[in-house]
Design a protein around this ligand. Sequence first.
Ligand code: AMP
Length: 586
Amino acid sequence: MSWEPIKKDPSAWTVPPNLACYEKTCAGFSWEAIRRELDGLPGGRGLNIAHEAVDRHANGALRNQLALRWISREGQTEDFTYADLKEKTNRFANLLGQLGIGKGDAVFALAGRIPELYITALGTLKNGSLFCPLFSAFGPEPLQQRLSKGEAKVLVTTTRLYRKNVAQLRASLPMLKHVLLADSDQDVAEDVCSFQQGLAAASGEFTIPPTDPEQHALLHFTSGTTGTPKGAIHVHQAVLMHYMTGKYVLDLHPGDVFWCTADPGWVTGTSYGIIAPLALGVTNIVDEADFDAERWYRILEQQRVSVWYTAPTAIRMLMRLPIEPRKQYDLRHLRFIASVGEPLNPAAVLWGQQALGLPIHDNWWQTETGGIMIANFASMDIRPGSMGRPLPGVEAAIVRRIDEKTVEPIPEPGVDGELALKPGWPSMFRGYLHEDQRYRKCFQSGWYITGDLARRDADGYYEFVGRADDIIKTAGHMVGPFEVESVLLEHPAVAEAGVIGKPDPIIGELVKAFVSLKPGCPPSEELRLDLLGFARKRLGSVVAPKEIEFQKSLPRTRSGKIMRRLLKMRELGLPEGDTSTLESAV
Ligand code: AMP
């Protein structure tokens, strides 16, 4: 079914979009010009994300402007001006220095959306150390893998999360020298200390050391189909992309109130939940609580949010509720809505138009790209179901595979192929930590291969087709089936495990496991529940399977790999296609 485009009416714009004409902006675009809109460290000492996001405003006219408003679970607010943020992040950078943490050392954060997380991220960047966020719903298994692979030296977390999921791992993490508890007003042990006390004792004065724009800044773990999670490394000059997309895609203007609902445990929550809005000097809203429709509408109303960046799962959850937001809430300040992370169905774009008075602008990017690559812009008509057009300065293509190592662009429109990007944008990942070969494999015939399948129409709009691999996107979170299978295989009753994403109307896909059992372990409801609990305890609620189905044996290729593709076909009731590489018909 094809959907009518949503036409934009320039006469209705209260604020003219930053990107008024796509073609013109692309034609005149240069990264040098974007760089000139930023400050750079005083004295030509390089480029540091935290300087661009915090200090340059704190040192100037935006000093007393509200930078970050935090809303606690209970609804209390705590405000930080740019000057406050500068002072607190200075203290954290000094605290790191006192702990002997320097350039390139990894500082991890494992916390919900609390102010200490934001101070940690920006203070770490000031110090020239590497910031790595972890999703707070991860269980001990994903945490162990990431902390160990990332060689975490400092972890900022809460007492609850530390006791529940980290304390048990300490023996296996010899590099982890310091744990700072955000909610403890006292030191608990020599190496488990109070974040607040440390901050209070540190100086509020700090000079950011010279920072090469290519210096490593951020580490984001993302799941692969095989092996352990990959640590994508980003550099300080990624801030050019955060700034440019904040300006052109999110259309941030001075005085805007911006709310990104993503969790900083994932890349969107860092690039756009922390850096981009601050780099543009607007007010950033942070809500500690999880999704709650009425609370969300109240925040949009009470905080006078003007630009809102959210996700398809959340939009679909809002859509199914009998709430009429425009009648029940005063949303007159809302000017622009964008969404990312999973396919945004056309019905959701239109629901925005009807229920909120604004269409939802889909955009596309991924951990490795560090920033938005393809977008529906404020000034452009929307074609529902399309992710939009590549950003100025970004060259995208649909490529066809010639062989395992070679691809070529498909010139004609309307053909499905792999989505590829021409390397060279500032926030492109600079490596997978300790996995050079895995990194190099992503680049073929001069293109970065994204792992997504897409098609482009005759006007250059891109449409998402699916993943080219077995990665699962559940409620916007990336889950690698291998991680889940490995944990299931550790259960004494499990012989084989194959994990797929089962389509779900709200959360996109849910994690489903197929399991065959060892001889002497008959399937039973009790065992199924035991396995679900086992996986949840080890992996955490987001990664663990929601469904487990027992099978006598699982289909394997002749080389012995579980055929997830076939499991998925069967789950969907689709024809099984070519099964000639199957070991045996099962
Ligand atoms: P992550 O690295 O966790 O941010 O996930 C990136 C992946 O999410 C992409 O490679 C896509 O598979 C998916 N994704 C992101 N944005 C969109 C979108 N707008 N439409 C469809 N899929 C998306």
